[in-house]
Structures are given as structure tokens and as C-alpha cells.
Design a protein around this ligand. Structure first.
Ligand code: MSP
Length: 506
């Protein structure tokens, strides 16, 4: 049986329409998931929506709807965006679904029985936009340290989860598993945070203040804190406590992909919740950077968002995916601009990749009546291109396994650029005039390079890869092992030169 690979995205808050930041995480995860499928792994890719809590409640009120009606209207927008972007998720979990609520309540029950949850007095400051409590200890002024907005002072009876009991264990676990939190500088960030005593986590909200949440199984007066509820999706979506066979097959998750803004819940709360439940740790939590607009994080609460649907309709899903993945390394911040997007489309996609396909197929049409010729003898130069093409899988594989997606793309582009240079230097138009048989080799080589490029870009730009395969007359099956083989393009096959895959944008 193939190895499994379980990868997740955060669950997006459904308090407004999805934006570029959300699409970024899903595009990253989709590319990794597709890459693993290319390699033959049995992938489980989970995404979904985070639907409880004050933020969603307030947004629903602002729209004069009850929270359930409100989220029911928004969820289709997320799903529609994922469809537009060809996000190949295997499951979509909503925190309002019974399968999730059941697991949350069972987990709460277990931890309560175990004595890891207790009733206490809560006094502190609450930031509604961030859904975060801040205690006096952490505060110099009554302003949210994260979003810099005013905090609300609160005092009430609430339930707490004993984070403090597990702090020593967590420090040791993170220190001993340097791959657990990635990129590695984030490990240091979490360890630095853990140098201060960890307060217990308030995991309930009194229904007098908030009803829109999962009721606690041991109190009629409280609902579950939205973060405690939402994190559990990674387990409930895999069948924890509801489908044991499925869970034991899928767990541990291989990668939780998140944005750097939600490092603490994923690297402190979640591991401790799992430890308390005696469940294995996920293999990796990877925090990617932010897309900035005007020097700030793009976000709904800041009101500086760029609409992904507008960009996709204008430039196409694959160009949009390509830009986000190619422009920055995973883990770093990026600045989004339409101008930069256009530049990338014109240079990398229209010029480098699009032209290579177009010129090559134009020559198959012109010189060989659209039928792929048999290659003739190989000159040293022909052999160099071939060698480059059948060995790119090595670097590509290593970079992808290391989650260096932008470098993996650059690695493929080295081959594409080599092939463009090969056309310039081999001058097929002169070979054709001279009736030189080397023309057959040159054309065949170029088609093979395009086949290999097509397979390697499939995880990032699936539609483009399929269209390249269609034009090359290949069956649209993408397999990693085919990268290592030369000669899979069949001489004699008819190619179907189409319109340029990426027309230049003026
Ligand atoms: N609901 C929580 C997550 C719960 S996971 C159990 C949440 N939701 S969110 O909708 O606010 O953001 C989710 C994710 O969207 C962030 O972690 C990040 O992956 C992504 N992004 C949101 N804004 C972003 C940018 N401006 N840039 C890049 N990604 C960002 O947090």
C-alpha cells in the first residue's frame, strides 16, 4: 500500500469573503499535495472553515442574519474560490458540522475527567478582532500587543486547560525535534516565548456573553473558546474518536501549514492538547509569511484586502498560483502588486515557457507536418540538454521535499531557459534549409524537455501542465517516475499546436 500523506490548512474564519492570504495557504498546500500524489503517495488534504466565536457572531449581526444563516451563505464563497483555483482538497470540514462538534465534546469530556480542565476566575483583557485574551502580566497598556487596538476588561467564571502542567514537556519536545516547527527560526521564536511561565488557557466563554459556540459537556453556562474548538478539526477531520480505523491510518498529520500569525495556538496549545490526550504529535508545523499591502498585513480587519477573484478572472488561476509561489520563499513575507504579477506573467510564463512551447510546436508543424520526428544522432550539445532534462528530478525532488517551492520552480525554469537557448544556438531554421537530419534530434529533444517541464509544473499549474500535455499529444497522466525516463514522447504522434498558453499582457 502506498504511504499516506496527511496535510492541512488552517480553517478560515467565515466573517467575510476570502482574500489573497487565504488563497495563498491553500495554493501552497495544494501544490505540496499534488507533488506527493505525483510521487504516488496516498494524500489526504484537509481544509475548511472556522465558524464559531465572537468574530463570526458580530459579523452575522452586522449583516442582520443569525450566525448559522450567515456562515451558510459565506462557506460557498470559499468553496467557489477553491474550485476556481483548482484546489484539490480531499475533505472540507466546517466546525459547525456534527462530526466535528461530537469530537470536540468528547475531547472536552476526557480532559475534564482527567483533571486537566478546571473552573476558575478569569480576569483579563480581551481583544475581539484577534479573539485573544491578554493578562495583566503581558500588558503594558490596554492595547492589543498584536493588532494594537483597544482591549476590553473582563472578569468572569470560566474553565481553564492546564497548559502550565505540560510546559516543561513541550520545551523538551520542541528542543529534541528541531524539524517540528519550521522554518527553524520559528522554533526559536516559540522556545523564547516558552521561557516565560505559561498561564493556563481559558477555554470557555459564558453564554451570557456568547452563545455561538459548542456547548461544554460539563457546563450549561458555557460554550467552547473558538481556538480550542477549531484546532480539533485536524483530528476530527481524520476521524478521531468517531472513526478509529480512519484515524489510525491518517494520524499523525504530516504537515500543518499555517500563517505565521497563528504560530502560538499551533505550536503551544495544539501539541499540549494532543499530549494531554496521549495522541502523537503532528510531524511538522510550517509557518509561511504574509502578503503585505501598503507595508501592512493584508486582512479583513485592516480593510486592505485585494480580491483574489478579480485577479484570477483577469489573469487566470495558474498565473495567479505561479506568482504567489514563485515570488517569495515559503516562510518570508511578500508584497503583492498587480504590476509585479504582470511582469512575472510576461517574463516567466509568456516569454520563457509559452514561447518554448509555441516555437517548438510551430516547428513540428512547419517541418514535419505536425508529426513528431524520430530523433537522429546526438551531438554533444544535444546530449547535454538531454542529460540536464533527465536529471532535473533530483534537484526538484530535494527542493520540494524541503518545501523550497520557489527554488523548485526556479530549478525547472533553468531547464526551460536552457531549452530556449538551445533553439537560438542550434538554429533549427538553418538545419531545415540544409536538410540536416540533426533537425529531427533538436525538435525531438525540445518536445521531451516540454514533457518533463509539464510534469514538474503540474503541482503548481495543473491546468497549464494539462494543456501542454494536450498540445504534445500526450495522455494527461502525470507521474514522477516519468521524469527519469527519456523517450516517452512517441515519434509519429500528432501534436496539436494551440493558442499561446500565456498571451503577453500589455
Ligand atoms: N480561524 C483561524 C485559524 C484556525 S486553524 C485551526 C484563523 N483564520 S483566518 O481566516 O484569520 O486566517 C487563516 C490563515 O489565513 C492564516 O493563518 C494564514 O494562513 C492566512 N492568512 C490570512 N491573512 C494573510 C496574509 N495577509 N498573508 C498570508 N496569509 C495570511 O486565523
Amino acid at each position: 500500500m502506498a504511504d499516506k500523506f496527511y496535510i492541512t490548512t488552517p480553517l478560515y474564519y467565515v466573517n467575510a469573503s476570502p482574500h489573497i492570504g487565504h488563497s495563498y495557504t491553500n495554493i501552497i498546500v495544494d501544490s505540496i499535495a499534488r507533488f506527493k500524489r505525483l510521487k504516488g503517495l496516498e494524500v489526504f488534504f484537509l481544509t475548511g472553515t472556522d465558524e464559531h466565536g465572537l468574530k463570526v457572531k458580530q459579523a452575522s449581526e452586522a449583516n442582520n442574519l443569525n450566525p448559522k444563516e450567515f456562515v451558510d451563505r459565506l462557506v460557498p464563497q470559499f468553496k467557489a474560490l477553491w474550485e476556481k483555483l483548482n484546489i484539490s482538497y480531499d475533505d472540507f470540514i466546517r466546525t459547525t458540522e456534527d462530526r466535528h462538534k461530537e469530537t470536540v465534546r468528547k475531547i472536552l469530556g476526557i480532559l475534564y475527567e482527567k483533571g486537566d480542565i478546571y473552573l476558575g476566575d478569569y480576569r483579563g483583557f480581551y481583544c475581539t478582532p484577534c479573539e485573544t485574551f491578554w493578562t495583566n502580566m503581558q500588558l503594558k497598556e490596554k492595547i492589543c500587543p498584536e493588532c494594537k487596538r483597544p482591549l476590553e476588561e473582563i472578569s468572569e467564571k470560566n474553565y481553564f486547560f492546564k497548559l502550565s502542567k505540560y510546559q516543561g514537556w513541550l520545551i523538551e519536545y520542541i528542543s529534541e525535534n528541531p524539524k517540528f516547527i519550521q522554518p527553524s527560526f520559528r522554533t526559536n521564536e516559540v522556545l523564547a516565548f516558552l521561557k516565560e511561565p505559561l498561564g493556563d488557557l481559558c477555554i470557555s466563554r459564558p453564554i451570557s456573553r456568547l452563545t455561538w459556540g459548542i456547548p461544554l459537556p460539563f457546563s450549561d453556562d458555557h460554550v467552547t473558546y473558538v481556538w480550542f474548538d477549531a484546532l480539533i478539526n485536524y483530528a476530527s477531520g481524520a476521524g478521531f474518536l468517531t472513526d478509529t480505523a480512519r484515524f489510525s491510518k491518517l494520524w499523525p498529520a504530516d504537515i500543518h501549514m499555517i500563517g505565521k500569525d497563528i504560530l502560538r495556538p499551533h505550536c503551544v496549545y495544539w501539541p499540549i492538547m494532543l499530549k494531554a490526550l496521549e495522541v502523537d504529535m503532528p510531524r511538522m508545523v510550517f509557518a509561511h509569511g504574509w502578503w503585505l499591502e501598503g507595508g501592512e498585513k493584508m486582512s479583513k480587519s485592516r480593510g486592505n484586502i485585494i480580491d483574489p477573484v478579480y485577479m484570477i478572472d483577469k489573469y487566470g488561476a495558474d498565473a495567479y498560483r505561479y506568482f504567489l509561489l514563485r515570488e517569495v520563499s515559503l516562510g518570508s513575507d511578500g508584497v503583492f502588486s498587480e504590476h509585479k504579477l504582470k511582469t512575472r506573467i510576461n517574463s516567466d510564463l509568456a516569454n520563457d515557457l509559452g514561447n518554448l512551447l509555441n516555437r517548438t510546436l510551430g516547428m513540428v508543424e512547419l517541418y514535419f507536418g505536425s508529426r513528431l520526428p524520430y530523433p537522429d544522432k546526438y551531438s554533444d550539445y544535444d546530449a547535454t540538454l538531454k542529460e540536464h532534462a533527465i536529471t532535473i528530478w533530483k534537484g526538484y525532488d530535494a527542493l520540494m521535499e524541503d518545501l523550497k517551492l520557489n527554488e523548485a520552480i526556479a530549478h525547472i525554469w533553468e531547464l526551460i531557459n536552457f531549452a530556449n537557448k538551445y533553439i537560438e544556438e542550434s538554429k533549427p531554421w538553418i538545419l531545415a534549409k540544409q536538410k540536416d537530419k540533426r533537425l529531427n534530434t533538436v525538435i525531438y529533444n525540445l518536445v521531451e524537455v516540454l514533457r518533463i517541464a509539464g510534469i514538474s509544473i503540474w503541482p503548481f499549474m495543473p491546468v497549464t501542465a494539462e494543456s501542454i500535455f494536450g498540445q504534445l499529444g500526450l495522455e494527461k497522466k502525470f507521474r514522477f517516475s516519468d521524469l527519469k525516463e527519456w523517450g516517452l514522447s512517441k515519434p509519429g504522434v500528432s501534436v496539436n499546436k494551440g493558442n499561446p498558453i500565456f498571451p503577453r499582457i500589455e
